[in-house]
Write a new protein. Structure first.
Length: 76
């Protein structure tokens, strides 16, 4: 009966097994687009509002200054 050769897993101590990315992370949006998205989200929160389904959350947010109209909250 023949013996099988056992495969040995490579050791993690080799320099090639620890990879490092030499490049800087690429941003998806430019800084002015990030600012525009932020301003648009503030506009939505202040003027349109968001629907909050949890009554405890509605109570907590109105306690801290949000304007409530049923489940719709406007945060200014």
């Amino acid at each position: 009966m023949r013996r099988r050769k056992t495969r040995q897993l490579p050791s993690a101590t080799h320099s090639w097994s620890v990879l490092k990315n030499p490049f800087e992370p690429q941003s998806v949006f430019s800084q002015d687009r990030v600012e525009a998205i932020h301003q648009a989200s503030l506009d939505v929160l202040q003027n349109l509002g968001i629907k909050v389904l949890l009554p405890e959350a509605v109570e907590l947010l109105t306690k801290h200054g949000a304007a409530a109209s049923g489940q719709m909250l406007r945060i200014g």
